[in-house]
Every structure is written in structure tokens, then in C-alpha cells.
Design a protein around this ligand. Structure first.
Ligand SMILES: [Zn+2]
Length: 268
């Protein structure tokens, strides 16, 4: 697990260093996404080269350390065959613009811990829809694959049970009220792929203490953060550093637990 996280971070940083956007689905879908006229042609998007498949699976507990899982719409890694475990019974809506699915509701699922699939019925799942999990107070953890690019308005509004959330590196927008009133949310990992954070996205998150940001202060300043996000602004914000950095402003993944921790001399 720890090796896996390191490799993943390394891979992410490497992609960034090269200025590549093609290492997530945004880049990958550029080529697949334009084929709206091909109808069912998108049902098989497995690319033997692997270059067009999204690098989902960051939160997966897979022990592999030689690659980032490249899950297909069948939720199986095209490199090693690892299966992305996901929750059955969620509700999906087809987005005809992108020919991908939006997870739009929880259905009858009462699980505490849910995992959103990478693909559904032969298409990628690329967004969490408006109010998809609103008022799901029983939810404790949510695994979001990095096929997801958008977290919709009020998607997790009033999910009282959530204590921490990892936003995958594919997400560019966290929309209006997405995590509003998640009163037990204490920490969140936000990737530097995020471009916009909507109005009230974290309003009412009175317990929010730590924001683990995967970019630099300059990158954070470039995020378009709409009004009424006082809790987000006032939470302690840390910036990712793979290298030791004891200025109290930087974090890394704990090699034992895989959880984010601030670089401190006592811990390391
Ligand atoms: Zn794999």
C-alpha cells in the first residue's frame, strides 16, 4: 500500500512536471470524446497502448507498485487485471453530450462505505450529479475513482457522516454546495487539477480543520473559489511535498498508513 501511494504520487508529479494533461481522463477523452457520431462505438474504449485510459485507482488498496492501475469501463485494470471494487445499486444517468454516465443517486443503497464505479454499462462514469448523495447521513466513506471530473451541485450536501474525502486527481470542478453542511468533515485532499470551487461548496463544514492540497500556494491562488467558502479558507492548508519539509506548511503520505500527514520532526 505505501509503496503504491509513493508510486502514484511520483507518477502524478512526473506528469505535472511535464505539463501533461493527458495522464487523466480529460486528456484521454479528448480523443475518444469526439466520436459522438459513432453511437455504440464507445462501448469498448480499452486502448492496448494504455495511453488513453484514465489512471484511476489511486485509493485502491492494490499492492502493485510497478504501474498506476488503468481501469477500463469494465472496472478492470487493462495492465494487471486488478478489479476496481464498487458498490452495486447506484443510479446513473447518461450524459448524451459526453456519452458518459453521471452517478445521479444512491438508489436503495444503505452501505456506510460506498465506491463509485469507473464505468457503467460500457461507458465511463465521469461526474457526480446534482444532489446525488444529498442527505445520505449514513455515509462514512466514499471512494471516488479518477474518471470523475466534476462533483455536482449539492452532491454531498448534508452528509453528516463523512469525516474525510479524497478528491481524485481528475476532478476539475467542485460545484455549488457540493459538500455543504458536512459537519463532521475534518480533512480533505484536494488535487491541483481543481480549477473551480463553487459557491458554498464547503459552507457549514464547521469541523473542517485540514486541507491537504496537492499543489503549490501559487496554484491554490489560481483556483477560482466562489463566495461563501469561509470554512474552506479558514481551515489549515498544507501543500504537498514528497521531500522532507519541516516548515509546518507541507504534507506527505504517511508511509505506514498511506494517510496524509504534515511533515514534522516528531513524526518522521
Ligand atoms: Zn493494474
Amino acid at each position: 500500500m505505501k509503496k503504491f501511494m509513493f508510486v502514484l504520487m511520483f507518477a502524478s508529479v512526473f506528469c505535472l512536471a511535464l505539463g501533461l494533461t493527458a495522464c487523466n481522463i480529460n486528456g484521454g477523452k479528448g480523443d475518444n470524446g469526439g466520436n459522438g457520431g459513432e453511437g455504440g462505438g464507445s462501448t469498448d474504449v480499452t486502448d492496448p497502448s494504455g495511453s488513453q485510459t484514465p489512471d484511476v485507482g489511486k485509493e485502491d488498496g492494490g499492492e502493485t507498485s510497478d504501474h498506476v492501475h488503468a481501469y477500463t469501463v469494465d472496472n478492470v485494470c487493462s495492465v494487471c487485471g486488478d478489479k476496481w471494487e464498487y458498490t452495486e445499486g447506484l443510479v446513473f444517468t447518461l450524459d448524451t453530450q459526453t456519452d458518459t454516465y453521471v452517478v445521479s443517486g444512491i438508489g436503495d443503497v444503505l452501505d456506510d462505505d460506498i465506491s463509485i464505479p469507473c464505468g457503467y454499462q460500457g461507458r465511463y462514469v465521469t461526474a457526480i450529479g446534482e444532489s446525488a448523495f444529498e442527505n445520505c447521513e449514513w455515509l462514512k466513506t466514499v471512494m471516488i475513482p479518477n474518471t470523475i471530473t466534476s462533483i455536482g451541485d449539492w452532491a454531498f450536501d448534508n452528509c453528516d457522516g463523512l469525516t474525510n474525502i479524497t478528491i481524485p486527481d481528475s476532478v476539475t470542478s467542485i460545484r455549488y454546495g457540493a459538500f455543504a453542511d458536512c459537519i463532521r468533515l475534518t480533512s480533505i485532499i484536494i488535487p491541483n487539477s481543481v480549477v473551480t470551487i463553487g459557491r458554498s461548496a464547503f459552507s457549514g463544514c464547521s469541523g473542517l480543520e485540514s486541507v491537504y492540497y496537492k499543489g503549490t500556494p501559487d496554484e491554490w491562488d489560481e483556483i477560482e473559489i466562489d463566495s461563501d467558502n469561509i470554512e474552506l479558507a479558514s481551515a489549515k492548508r498544507y501543500y504537498y511535498s514528497a521531500e522532507e519539509n519541516y516548515d509546518g506548511l507541507h504534507w506527505h503520505y504517511d508511509p505506514e498508513t498511506g494517510e496524509p500527514v504534515v511533515w514534522t520532526k516528531e513524526n518522521d
